[in-house]
Write a protein that binds this ligand. Structure first.
Ligand SMILES: C[S@@+](CC[C@H](N)C(=O)[O-])C[C@H]1O[C@@H](n2cnc3c(N)ncnc32)[C@H](O)[C@@H]1O
Length: 359
């Protein structure tokens, strides 16, 4: 990007703050010449300054989408812009820098104006695994607030539920912790409401919980369930009308999870315990993984969940994993590849996903 453009962007950023110019401000300027409109539009994306540097097919496609959305440019004109930027000599280096730092722009891909899509937009999701792990608690809290959910259930909360008991009263919600294992639930203090049942089994024993919950969520549980379809069906039964089910899962076909899926349970458990010292049976047991219905691909999951009866399905993919962290060269190659996968939104190899479905 030319030097003067950088300076100009920096000034815009300082004057208008991190969110830059908003759409109204842009429109209010009226008769902008097309080129100025493009520059302003890119500049106004202060929240994602990376768009300045985006080069190569996928990254500029993100920028093009924004440009098409906010200006009257035709597709062919936006394509020219992409070519123009790709031919700049300075771009390759800039691209390398920004690929590492770019916040994933999955919000652009969240379809429709339905309740879940709006809720996730409000929460400002990024498609990076760090974001997924760091923000899950906030996302559940935010969804509960946005959806005005009062009765929540954590599926497979086990000995390590998302919310501490003393937090629940302050949140003003009724929380039930579920697990298949009574041993896991017994580790929890009795201040928690507990419900021991198999989410993928016969739930007739908990008939009183049918249609009870506004939000059912889980973290790292659905990959352990042998029959994903049954689990999602049961969640549908447990939800009140309009209720939302949310699962945070590792997904196929991310390399480490494919390996975990293919290996015999005891070998997989030994490897995990070798890699992570805290994964002992007493502290943090390893549960066998099945990976049924654990895809980040919307094309795959959406029809399956809609077949159960869910009215809205949103899948947020997250890229990258930490399994190569101790292997310097492989880790670097993996980081590069992850950046490409993020930028291109290659769902098939996403590592994690939030799968959300509304009854
Ligand atoms: C990897 S642990 C995750 C625990 C907790 N959610 C967390 O994030 O730390 C998986 C939990 O899911 C529970 N689980 C496995 N299969 C289940 C099922 N079919 N129904 C309910 N819970 C299940 C296990 O007992 C275990 O507590």
């Amino acid at each position: 990007m030319p030097f003067q453009c950088r300076v100009s962007w920096l000034i815009q950023h300082l004057v208008h703050g991190p969110n830059g110019l908003d759409r109204e401000a842009l429109n209010a300027r009226g008769q902008l010449r097309q080129k100025t409109a493009i520059d302003d539009d890119i500049r106004c994306r202060g929240r994602h300054p990376a768009v300045h540097f985006r080069c190569g097919r996928s990254i500029l496609r993100g920028a093009r989408k924004t440009i098409l959305k906010r200006t009257s440019l035709k597709k062919s004109q936006a394509r020219q812009l992409r070519l123009a930027r790709c031919t700049s000599k300075k771009l390759p280096k800039a691209r390398r820098v920004m690929l590492d730092k770019t916040p994933g722009d999955i919000l652009d891909n969240l379809g429709g104006d339905a309740a879940l899509a709006r809720a996730f937009r409000e929460l400002g999701v990024e498609n990076d695994r760090h974001w997924a792990w760091d923000n899950y608690e906030n996302v559940v809290r935010g969804l509960a607030r946005i959806l005005n959910a009062k009765r929540l259930i954590e599926i497979g909360g086990g000995r390590d539920p998302l919310f501490k008991a003393n937090e629940l009263a302050a949140l003003g919600i009724e929380m039930t912790i579920n697990d298949i294992s009574q041993v896991e639930l017994d580790v929890l203090p009795d201040t928690y409401r507990k419900a021991c049942f198999d989410v993928a089994g016969d739930i007739s024993a908990v008939a009183d919980l049918r249609g009870h919950f506004d939000l059912a969520f889980s973290r790292m549980v659905f990959e352990h369930v042998a029959d994903g379809q049954r689990a999602w069906k049961n969640l549908y039964e447990l939800l009140a009308p309009g209720g939302v089910a949310l699962a945070f899962i590792p997904t196929l076909y991310s390399f480490p999870f494919v390996v975990n899926w293919l290996l015999p349970d005891d070998v997989a458990a030994k490897i995990v315990k070798m890699l992570y010292r805290n994964r002992t049976d007493e502290e943090d047991p390893v549960f066998p993984a099945r990976y049924s219905w654990t895809f980040a691909s919307e094309r795959k999951m959406k029809p399956m969940l809609e077949g159960i009866g869910y009215s809205e399905v949103q899948i947020l993919p997250f890229y990258g994993h930490g399994y190569f962290e101790r292997l310097p060269l492989i880790r670097d190659i993996h980081d590069r590849f992850t950046a490409m996968a993020r930028a291109n939104d290659w769902r098939t190899i996403a590592s994690y996903a939030y799968i959300a479905a509304r009854k």
